[in-house]
Design a binder for this molecule. Structure first.
Ligand code: FEO
Ligand code: CA
Ligand code: CA
Ligand code: CA
Length: 549
C-alpha cells in the first residue's frame, strides 16, 4: 500500500497550485507550505453582486478597532451580553459560540435562540486568572459557582419589531443549562463500565459549535473537555468533587420548545473534541451526522442512523442518534471507514467493547484508516449544490497557518454513501485575504459565510498581521467569484466571531462575539471594553445583523 505522502506528492505534480494546497489539510510530510505569490490584500471596497439585491454589499477592509464593523446599509442589534438575564433567576453565560434560531409559528421575526457558552472567563467572572489556577491557588466557592453558571447553553425568545430585534423574557421557554444541570447519557456508551455505569451526569462544558436536527432540536458539541479534568487543570475543585472526564466530550441534544425536557448526551456519536454536528438525510431517509474532532492531526466523522426519519414525528424522543454506525473519513482513498467493535478485528484486538471504541475515537479512528487532518472545525451543507463543506482551521505542527475550506462530494449525491471525492474551495492566506476559518453557515442562495478564529496570541502579529481582527467573510461557491472571500464584518479587539445563523427568510444573521479582550492581563489593564465602552469589562455578546434584504 502506498504511503499517504507518496499519494499526495503524485497529486501535487498533477494539480494546479490552488488544488495542491489541498495537501496541507492532511497530516503529511509536505516539505513546505505552498501558497501563491500574490501577497496583496484588496483593501478597496467595491460593489458586489449588483445584479443580486439580496447580496449587495461593499466588502470592508481589515480593521484592528475595538468595535463591530459592518458594511454600509447593515446594522446590528445587541440581543444579550454576558451578565444579562435569561429569565428572572438565571443569567446569560459568557463566551457565546454556536447560535441557532428556532421559529415560532414558522416566523422569521419571532423565535427561540439557543446559544452555547464555550468556557468560563476566570479573570472577568472572579478576578482569578488561569495562572492562579495552574498554580493551584484555591478558588472560593463563589468563584467556582460563578464559573459553573457562566457556561453551558442558553435558550430564550426573541422578536423583531419596528426593525429591531430584542430579547423577550418568556417564562414558557427561557432557561439555562449549565455545568450543574442534570443530563442523561444515552446510546452505546451509556450505562457501561466505560462511563462508570452512569446514566445521569452533571452538567455540560466546553460547548463549542453545534447543529440543528430535522426534528427541531439543538445539538451542541462538547469540545475541549480535557481542560476541566486531570491533575493540573482541575478547574472546579470544590469539596473534592471529581470531574469525571468520561462524562464529557459528547454531543448534547436540547429540545428548545420543551422547557422541562432533560438534555441528552448522545454517546453513539463518539467522544472526542466535538466542534460541531451537521445533520443530513440519506436518499432513503436515514439520519447522517457529520462531525469534526478539533485537535491537531484528528479526524472527520459521520454517523448513519439505523432507523429512518419520518417527517411529522418531531419531538425529543425520536432517539435516532442512539442507534447506528459511526464512520471516519479517509481522504487518501475517498472512503468512510466503519468503527464497529464487533465487525473489525483490529478494534477487537485493541479495545474492550464498542463503548471503549467510542470513548477513544482519537485512537480507534487511526486503526481503521482515518486520515489525520488539520483541525476540522465547522461542517455545513450547501443548500444549493448539496455538497458538504469543512473548515480546516490551521495546524501549526504541519506549517499550515491559515487553513482551508474543503468541499466533499458524496458518491451519487447520497449522504449515506461510503465513498466520496473532495476538493479545496479556498485556501487561507494573504492571497485570499482570509485566515483560520472556523464557523461556517450558508445563506439561501448557497453562498458560504466563514467566520474566522485566528487565536488571540497570534492576532495582529507577524504572519497574521495583515488579516487584523477576526472577521466574517462571504464566499460564493459558484460563478465567477467562486472561492473568493469578501469581508463582511470585523469584530472587536481579541474576539473570535462565532455562531452565524440566518433566519429562514435570510433577512437576519445572528452572530456571537466571543472573548473580546481575551488577553487582558488584569482587570485594570483591559485590552477591550466592547460593547459597553468606558471602564466596563469586555463582554461576550450576541447580536442580530440585519440589512440583507
Ligand atoms: Fe471551540 Fe474548535 O472551536
Ligand atoms: Ca469553533
Ligand atoms: Ca477555533
Ligand atoms: Ca472558541
Amino acid at each position: 500500500m502506498k504511503k499517504l505522502e507518496d499519494l499526495i506528492n503524485s497529486k501535487l505534480s498533477r494539480r494546479n497550485v490552488l488544488k495542491a494546497t489541498a495537501a496541507v489539510i492532511l497530516s503529511s510530510a509536505i516539505p513546505a507550505y505552498i501558497r501563491a505569490e500574490n501577497t496583496s490584500i484588496d483593501n478597496e471596497p467595491k460593489l458586489l453582486f449588483s445584479n443580486n439585491p439580496f447580496l449587495t454589499f461593499k466588502p470592508i477592509p481589515p480593521s484592528d478597532a475595538d468595535e463591530l464593523i459592518l458594511p454600509e446599509g447593515f446594522k446590528y442589534d445587541i440581543i444579550r451580553m454576558w451578565g444579562d438575564k435569561v429569565n428572572d433567576s438565571e443569567l446569560y453565560g459568557t463566551n457565546n459560540d454556536f447560535v441557532a434560531y428556532f421559529p415560532i409559528n414558522n416566523k422569521s421575526d419571532d423565535g427561540l435562540l439557543v446559544v452555547n457558552h464555550e468556557f468560563p472567563s476566570p479573570l472577568l467572572s472572579g478576578n482569578y486568572t488561569d495562572a492562579d489556577w495552574v498554580n493551584k491557588v484555591i478558588k472560593t466557592s463563589e468563584q467556582i459557582d460563578a464559573e459553573r453558571k457562566s457556561v453551558g447553553i442558553s435558550v430564550f425568545r426573541v422578536k423583531r419589531e419596528n426593525n429591531k430585534w430584542s430579547f423577550v423574557n418568556d417564562e414558557k421557554f427561557n432557561k439555562r443549562i449549565d455545568a450543574n444541570s442534570e443530563i442523561v447519557l444515552t446510546g452505546k456508551a451509556a450505562n457501561t463500565p466505560e462511563t462508570f455505569n452512569t446514566i445521569i451526569v452533571r452538567g455540560t462544558v466546553a460547548n463549542c459549535s453545534g447543529g440543528v436536527t430535522p426534528w427541531n432540536t439543538y445539538l451542541s458539541g462538547e469540545e475541549n473537555f480535557q481542560d476541566y479534568g486531570g491533575e493540573e487543570y482541575y478547574r472546579w475543585n470544590d469539596n473534592g468533587e471529581k470531574f469525571i472526564e468520561e462524562h464529557y466530550g459528547w454531543v448534547v441534544e436540547v429540545n428548545p420548545y420543551d422547557k422541562n425536557s432533560v438534555p441528552k448526551k448522545r454517546t453513539s456519536l463518539g467522544r472526542f473534541r466535538h466542534e460541531n454536528v451537521c445533520i443530513a438525510l440519506t436518499n432513503d431517509n436515514h439520519v447522517v451526522a457529520y462531525m469534526g474532532d478539533d485537535k491537531v492531526n484528528e479526524c472527520v466523522y459521520k454517523f448513519i442512523s439505523k432507523n429512518k426519519f419520518y417527517s411529522g414525528q418531531d419531538g425529543f424522543n425520536s432517539d435516532l442518534l442512539d442507534e447506528g454506525d459511526l464512520y471516519v473519513a479517509d481522504f487518501e482513498n475517498g472512503k468512510w471507514h466503519l468503527l464497529d467493535y464487533e465487525k473489525q478485528n483490529v478494534l477487537k484486538n485493541n479495545f474492550k467493547s464498542q463503548a471503549d471504541v467510542l470513548l477513544n475515537c482519537d485512537k480507534s479512528s487511526k486503526l481503521v484508516g482515518g486520515t489525520e487532518c488539520n483541525r476540522p472545525e465547522d461542517i455545513e451543507i450547501n443548500p444549493v449544490d448539496k455538497n458538504v463543506y469543512i473548515a480546516f482551521t490551521n495546524n501549526s505542527l504541519k506549517k499550515d497557518y491559515f487553513g482551508n475550506i474543503v468541499c466533499l462530494k458524496e458518491k451519487n449525491g447520497d449522504y449515506g454513501s461510503l465513498e466520496f471525492e473532495w476538493d479545496v474551495l479556498i485556501t487561507g492566506g494573504e492571497e485570499s485575504g482570509m485566515s483560520c476559518p472556523d464557523n461556517l453557515t450558508f445563506d439561501n442562495s448557497g453562498n458560504l459565510w466563514a467566520l474566522t478564529d485566528i487565536s488571540t496570541g497570534s492576532l495582529n502579529k507577524t504572519r497574521q498581521l495583515p488579516f487584523k481582527n477576526n472577521s466574517v467573510f462571504m464566499i460564493p461557491t459558484s460563478g465567477e467569484n467562486k472561492g473568493k472571500a469578501f469581508r463582511f464584518a470585523s469584530g472587536p479587539v481579541e474576539c473570535e466571531v462565532c455562531g452565524g445563523s440566518f433566519t429562514p427568510d435570510g433577512s437576519t444573521m445572528f452572530l456571537s462575539i466571543q472573548h473580546p479582550g481575551e488577553n487582558s492581563p488584569s482587570l485594570d489593564k483591559l485590552t477591550s471594553h466592547w460593547p459597553n465602552g468606558g471602564d466596563d469589562i469586555p463582554r461576550s455578546t450576541l447580536v442580530a445583523m440585519t440589512g440583507f434584504k
